[in-house]
Design a binder for this molecule. Sequence first.
Ligand code: SF4
Ligand code: SF4
Length: 533
Amino acid sequence: MNIQENIEQAKKYIANNKLDEALNLLYKSPTSDLNIQDEIFFEIGKVFLLKRKYNKSVFYLKKIKKMSLKQFVYDLLVQDYNELKEYNKILNIFRKFDKENINDYILYLVLKSSYKLKKLSKMFSIINIIRANNIYNTLLEELINNIYKNLSIKIQKLNRKNKKKEVKSLFKSIYKYIPNNDIKFKNIILNEYEIAISKKSLKSYPRFAQVVITTNCNLNCVMCDKNNHDAKYELSNKILCDLIKIMPYLQKLVLRGGEVFLYKNFNNILDEAQKNNVVIEILTNGLLLNENNIKKLIKSNAILVFSIDSPMKTTYEYIRKGASFEKLIKNILLLNKIKKELKSEIKFNINMVVMKMNYKQIPDMIKFARKYDFNGLTLNPINGEYIENCFSYKVDNRIIKELSEKRGEYEIMAKNNNIILINKLPNKTVFKFNSDTCFDNNYCENNSSRKFCHVPWREIFLDTGFIFKPGCLCEQQIEGADLEKDNNIIYLWNSHFMKNYRKNIIAHNEKEICSKRCLLNKFMNYDNYRIID
Ligand code: SF4
Ligand code: SF4
């Protein structure tokens, strides 16, 4: 065989993973023709890359002079340097690449390197190349999503710690480079910046929306707000259109009822949320689930929150009037079965309204959650003027004390059962909390640089009866027909009401405008302040 035939044979060996045979043949092919020698070095470099001998691979590849091979050589070198974690070298090579002909995997490695080295402008220039050339590749998309997620969490954490300077500097170093079609991420960064500079009229849009879509319900629970329930409110087509308009900016949308499945446009919202990559959370009593809507929910990757207040038939059916415990269990089992069949990662949680009648059942509720493969359990205190309300109406200090003392026990039990527990029940210290002195604590000390609640900058809540307010716990609101008739969500977002609300929050007038329930729930405790991810 002549040398050219040797090289061709070596390539065949490489293709069949006969690496040692290929290497022998290539070593036995000396030549004084520099072009052919470059081809041999190239194949040897490739073999060593496949044999995971990265330094040796680099050694041979760097000997190559032939220009027509350069782009292929760079491809291999980038892969070697990635394994050797020499990310700077990858970025140096990237400068020499013919950007028109760069392959997706190499782009991925270069993007990863710039992210590892925190070279943000380089990173965004690569993302811009990807977006400009409409390159779609799952690996690249996952990496970009991860980068965006980490940066979004980083800027939120900085804001939460009140590090305004750092937020501004991060904003300035990235905002202008973010591709315009990455709307959601661009909005997050702008929004956090606007929080940091205490802006009252915002260019950014809401990132989190909670919407009551209907008050229609198949049940008649003891603690339900009957006024709302009987009013038979339903989200109008006009507000639905408004909501769809802000979907590209939304990170999360929570749908509440009544019973959400009784809303005629429910599937429409689900489709739009899926199209716009919005995380959708659905609060349901779970009794109207069936094979069709379960499949639809799974397809949208919705988070399901079941309202279940007891793991025991008698208590459950007493609280949830009109419900059947057997039907509930049947639906949960069906959901689990379809989830398994479709290999879905869909998450479902329980929301337990804790009251006098069921507070002793919390440990059994944790076991129930485990038994039926729920991911999490949230304990919420009952609200409103009901005889069962031991927290804020017919206050029972003995129960509150017992629940406070058992917090640790519940946590351990949930952990052992692999259940994420969110305990929103008031504890002893909070119960002693007095609205006249609440502003004396750490995060409420009176100085201008102190932290403030970010909810009116990030969220909206559309309540029964066309009510618009910043968050579900906020008390001040725009009532009535405004939203339905003349105004739209985007207009209300920067309305006089919202600007004034933000102004009051910045001025620390929480005492005048915030609900006691919210302050009691430690919403203002920034160590627990939620991050929208
Ligand atoms: S399921 Fe919800 S909306 Fe329906 S009656 Fe019960 S508490 Fe009210
Ligand atoms: S009531 Fe006040 S503290 Fe609570 S979410 Fe609304 S603005 Fe924030």
